[in-house]
Design a protein around this ligand. Structure first.
Ligand code: NAD
Ligand code: IPM
Ligand code: MN
Length: 361
């Protein structure tokens, strides 16, 4: 069966990490005859430089025609002064909204080999395996009206709108309940229902949905407490479901539990399972071009792609096994380095995964 995969390297470290992930994808494609056709396109700052817009039509058309997409990261200081409407980040947001990728899965798993790389005590994080389910195409990121206006007294005022309708809340809720059903049976819905009406509705709808999933134990937590609990006792969580902005923030915090944001992959899915896959981190301008970025979050995003969009579970398992083997062998990029391990570059880490994978296929 032929499937089209679109690679969108983006900006900063994006091209460095995506080319390591591409090596992995090509190796599996060849050795397991996956029938994947791999194409590339521009998004973000690199698309602005070439086409003047962060999401050119040609990229969107290719994205729509593909079976799955792998994205590196977008953005960087070069484009930070552009108008909001044409910033690199709009390219990513445009892909998410045009493809209706509302269901964002961000699994934070601590590989036991990295217990020392986390800034938290090993006993706090060992065995950590939580899933953050973030709503990705609504909430304050997309609410209208938005903008900056000048008031009658000459003061400038910035404004955004935090809005969720019932349909949006229900569909992300179902993704989370179903994930919890397949995992540990616990779902924590994170909101700010003590202050924001939109999340009062969010909480009500989660309670309604809970009746359809008797096997799942639903709890609610305010987002400020959730941020604290995530670093105090993260293993109390199984699946967390939350809105777009809270999910953005909490998943970066969860990343540090795993040792580094360079370890956190993600899947962004539509109603039918088509998806875009990306590391949770950004374009890391501070280390771009140095060849030291951790490619593992992107490589693990390929595993999620194989599992969720391509039904290639065996190939996905092989990637995860290869990553674990490479960590066993002591290879570490700078962000996860600790004494007694071997510090390697982005390319060396990619090569180590390829070599581990070659022994498994
Ligand atoms: P960032 O995630 O790019 O970087 C935060 C810190 O983490 C930096 O010190 C960086 O060096 C480090 N880091 C990130 N990924 C790493 C990796 N793979 N290996 C080792 N270290 C890594 O966040 P930021 O600095 O706030 O944002 C930089 C740019 O990226 C901004 O333009 C932002 O809008 C954009 N961004 C894009 C995405 C995306 O494309 N999905 C996500 C977040 C931020
Ligand atoms: C992420 C990023 C994006 C977000 C930005 C770059 C638009 O931070 O994917 O986590 O806020 O969703
Ligand atoms: Mn983010």
């Amino acid at each position: 069966m032929n499937r089209n995969i679109l690679l969108l390297p983006g900006d900063g470290i994006g091209p460095e990490i995506v080319s390591e992930a591409e090596k992995v994808l090509r190796l599996l494609n060849d050795s397991l005859s996956l029938g994947l056709t791999i194409d590339h396109a521009l998004v973000g700052g690199s698309a602005i430089d070439e086409h003047g817009v962060p999401l050119p039509d040609v990229t969107l058309d290719k994205a729509k025609a593909s079976d799955a997409i792998l994205l590196g990261a977008v953005g960087g200081p070069k484009w930070d002064d552009l108008d909001m409407a044409i910033r690199p980040e709009k390219g990513l947001l445009g892909l998410r909204s045009n493809l209706e990728l509302f269901g964002n899965l961000r699994p934070a798993i601590l590989y036991p080999q990295l217990a020392d790389a986390s800034t938290l005590k090993p006993e706090v994080v060992s065995g950590l395996d939580i899933l953050i389910v973030r709503e990705l195409t609504g909430g304050i990121y997309f609410g209208q009206p938005r903008g900056v206006r000048v008031l009658e007294n000459g003061d400038r005022e910035g404004y955004n709108t935090y809005v969720y309708n019932e349909t949006e809340i229900k569909r992300i809720g179902r993704v989370a309940f179903e994930a919890a059903q397949k995992r540990g049976g616990k779902l924590c819905s994170v909101d700010k229902a003590n202050v924001l009406e939109v999340t009062v509705l969010w909480r009500e709808i989660m309670d309604e949905l809970a009746k359809e999933y008797p096997g799942v134990e639903l709890s609610h937590m305010y987002v400020d407490n959730a941020a604290m609990q995530l670093v105090r006792a993260p293993k109390q969580f199984d699946v967390v479901v939350t809105g777009n902005m809270f999910g953005d923030i909490l998943s970066d915090a969860a990343a540090m539990l795993t040792g580094s944001i360079g370890m956190l992959p993600s899947a962004s899915l539509d109603e039918r399972g088509k998806g875009m896959y990306e590391p949770c981190h950004g374009s890391a301008p501070d280390i771009a071009g140095q060849g030291i970025a951790n490619p593992l979050a992107t490589i693990l995003s390929v595993a999620m792609m194989l599992r969720y969009s391509l039904a290639e579970n065996k190939a996905a398992d092989l990637i995860e096994q290869a990553v674990s083997d490479v960590l066993d062998q002591g290879f570490r990029t700078a962000d996860i380095y600790s004494e007694g391990t071997t510090k390697v570059s982005t390319v060396d880490m990619g090569d180590a995964v390829i070599s581990a994978l070659s022994k498994l296929v």
